[in-house]
Write a protein that binds this ligand. Structure first.
Ligand code: TYM
Length: 312
C-alpha cells in the first residue's frame, strides 16, 4: 500500500517561481511514489480575493500550470476544494474543537492585523479549514514550503483535540516540510510572494521574465549580488555558478541577463505545453477528480459524524 500524500495551492494569481520551486517541482518529483491528492484551495483564496472572474480564471490557470509542469491527472487526484462540501463541514467541526486565543496566534492572521488590514472571519478560521483538507484523506505526507509549517502544527493540534474527546478517529500527518526547499527569495530578497510584489512569473513571456529579473535589488558594493545568486542557485549548482560570478564580479547586468536566459531555458518547454491545454480539458480533470476525492473524504467524514454523535 502506498502512503497517502495531500497538498494544496491557492488560486490567488499567476504562479511565480517561488511556487514552482517551493511546491510544484517537489510535487512533480515525488507524487508518483504516493497515493496523491492535489487540491485547488479556492475557498481559501476567498479569504483575500473578491473578484469572481479572477477566482474562476485563476482556478483554470492553476490546473493548466500543474499539467504543464508534468503532473499526470491519471496518476493523481486533482480537484477543487469548493466541489467537495466535506471540507467546509469538517472545517466547522474542527472550529468547534479549538479556542479563539489559539487561532489568534496564527501567522497569516497576525500579519494582516499588523498591516492594518481588517481580517475577515474566514481568514481567522482558515487553519481549521486547512486541517480539514488534510485530515479528510487520512494523509501521511503533506509537502509544503516552510511558510506553511505553522498550519501543519495547527492541524496536529486539531487532531489531538478531536481524538482526546472522541477516540482515535483522525490521523496525524507524519512527514511535513519539504527538505531542502526553504523559502524562495523574491526580487527584493524577502520571501517571494504576490503580496510583496517581488515575484518572477513562472509562465510569463520571455520579456516579462527578463523584466522581473532586471528588477532584482542589488547593492553596489561590488561583491556577489546575493539576491541574483540565490535565485540562480535554484537552477544551477554552486560549482557551475561560482566561477561565473567570480569572472563577472560587479557586472550585475550581465549576471542578470544570464539568469534570465537560464530561466527561459527552463520555462520555454513548459510554456509551450501549457499553451496547448484547453479549458475543457481542465474542467474534465476537475470533474473526474472530485468523484475520486469524495470516495475517500466521505468515509472519513462518516467516521467523524459517528464519533461526534450526528450520524443517525
Ligand atoms: P499557497 O497557495 O500560499 O502556496 C502554495 C505552496 O507554495 C509554497 N510557497 C513557497 N515555497 C517556497 N518559497 C516561496 N516563496 C513560496 N511561496 C509559496 C507554499 O509553502 C505552499 O506549499 N494554505 C496553503 C494552501 C493549502 C494547503 C492545504 C496546503 C490549503 N489547504 C492543505 C497543503 C495542504 C497556501 O496558502 O499555500
Amino acid at each position: 500500500m502506498k502512503k497517502r500524500l495531500f497538498t494544496g495551492l491557492q488560486p490567488s494569481g499567476d504562479l511565480h517561481i517561488g511556487n514552482y520551486y517551493g511546491a510544484l517541482k517537489p510535487f512533480v518529483d515525488m507524487y508518483e511514489a504516493y497515493n496523491s491528492f492535489l487540491m485547488i484551495a479556492d475557498y481559501h483564496a476567498l479569504t483575500s480575493l473578491r473578484d469572481s472572474e479572477a477566482l474562476h480564471q485563476n482556478t483554470i490557470n492553476i490546473v493548466k500550470d500543474y499539467l504543464a509542469v508534468g503532473v499526470d491527472p491519471e496518476k493523481v487526484v486533482i480537484f477543487r476544494q469548493s466541489d467537495n462540501p466535506d471540507h467546509t463541514e469538517l472545517g466547522w467541526i474542527l472550529n468547534c474543537m479549538v479556542t479563539v486565543p489559539f487561532l489568534m496566534q496564527g501567522h497569516a492572521y497576525k500579519d494582516k492585523v499588523a498591516k492594518g488590514i481588517e481580517p475577515n472571519a474566514g481568514l481567522f478560521t482558515y487553519p481549521m479549514l486547512m486541517a480539514a483538507d488534510i485530515l479528510l484523506y487520512d494523509t501521511d505526507v503533506v509537502p509544503v514550503g516552510e511558510d506553511q509549517r505553522q498550519h501543519l502544527e495547527y492541524t496536529r493540534e486539531a487532531v489531538g483535540k478531536f481524538n482526546r474527546a472522541y477516540g482515535d478517529v483522525l490521523k496525524e500527518p507524519e512527514t511535513v516540510i519539504l527538505d531542502g526547499v526553504g523559502v524562495v527569495p523574491g526580487t527584493d530578497g524577502q520571501k517571494m510572494s504576490k503580496s510583496y510584489k517581488n515575484t518572477i512569473p513562472l509562465f510569463g513571456t520571455t520579456e516579462e521574465v527578463e523584466k522581473s529579473v532586471m528588477h532584482i535589488v542589488t547593492d553596489s558594493n561590488g561583491e556577489r549580488p546575493e539576491n541574483v545568486y540565490a535565485i540562480h542557485r535554484l537552477l544551477k549548482s554552486a560549482e557551475e555558478l561560482d566561477p561565473i560570478y567570480e569572472t563577472y564580479k560587479g557586472k550585475y547586468g550581465d549576471l542578470k541577463k544570464m539568469l534570465a536566459a537560464d530561466l527561459e531555458t527552463m520555462i520555454a518547454p513548459m510554456r509551450e505545453r501549457r499553451n496547448a491545454i484547453t479549458d475543457e480539458q481542465v474542467r474534465a480533470v476537475l470533474a473526474n477528480g472530485v468523484i475520486k476525492a469524495r470516495e475517500v473524504s466521505g468515509s472519513v467524514l462518516e467516521q467523524v459524524r459517528t464519533a461526534i454523535g450526528i450520524a443517525l
